[in-house]
Ligand binder design. Sequence first.
Ligand code: ADP
Ligand code: MG
Length: 282
Amino acid sequence: METTQYKFIGEGSFGQVYLSNQNTAIKVFNLDDYDYDYDYDYNRELITNEIRIVKNLTHPNLPKYINSWEDKDNIYLETNYGGINLNTFVKQFPDKKVPIHIFNMIMKQIINGICYLHSQLIVHGDIKMDNILIDNNNIMIVDFGLSEEESKLIERIHSNDYEYVTMFNRPPELLLQCGDDLFSSKIDVWSLGCVWYHLLNGNYPFFGDSDIDQIYKIFQIFGTPTIHEFPDLYKCKKYKNYQLWPKWAKIASELTTNPIYKSIFVYDPRKRISCKKLSQFL
Ligand SMILES: Nc1ncnc2c1ncn2[C@@H]1O[C@H](COP(=O)(O)OP(=O)(O)O)[C@@H](O)[C@H]1O
Ligand SMILES: [Mg+2]
């Protein structure tokens, strides 16, 4: 496909997206420069997985599959157009803080989309502002490049070496490389909480400059977890010798006192609120 005739509308880490003349979005996966860390066959498998997941979605807040095809160099995925991403959208507001009535309208739809995915036993795996689009008040969650059925999640997280979910929105069970039985759709709930905070405050709740700094930023707000609040801590690879870790106390802030954040930002994913229960807050 000759993409020069189309308008370029987006670039992420794994593909370029173009707007077609029919007002559809075409995501182009270049097989050669897809991801050098993996071999060709594995890259192909990941792209095929993304397309397969998108094909099976039927929800107003998720993309509608239109077509997919490939030529010598690329694989293409065509879906309906979803608008601009939330990082672009928030720029129109002072300090990038979204007014509450708009926030409620947006968040309801984000939650509906994520709850639908979870009801289908799919984990999105990369919930962030770049992957949420808005067009005329309609929200669409895109980018199923990291999405997996829950039954295959552990395998995927291992093959990504725990680099699952963009770091700022990555939950503690991934940052600390905890036991396999802790990986579930609650990963998306933590990331959703980060988007929730970001939309209202204009910045990330936890903004680390490395994996370790990211978890430190979280501990410095909620306090270093105790075995009591997170009994599986000892199963976390990165938390070996936890006796030696800095012991921060929980601070008083909106993140530690607001009931919504208190139910989302819970160390133990088993005790973290589900998407379905969260929808009752709005
Ligand atoms: N259906 C769509 N409609 C409009 N823009 C889109 C659509 N899908 C993706 N985009 C834009 O392209 C960007 C990259 O697409 P994405 O699927 O997230 O690719 P990547 O896997 O490379 O991150 C998104 O952040 C968004 O701005
Ligand atoms: Mg993306």
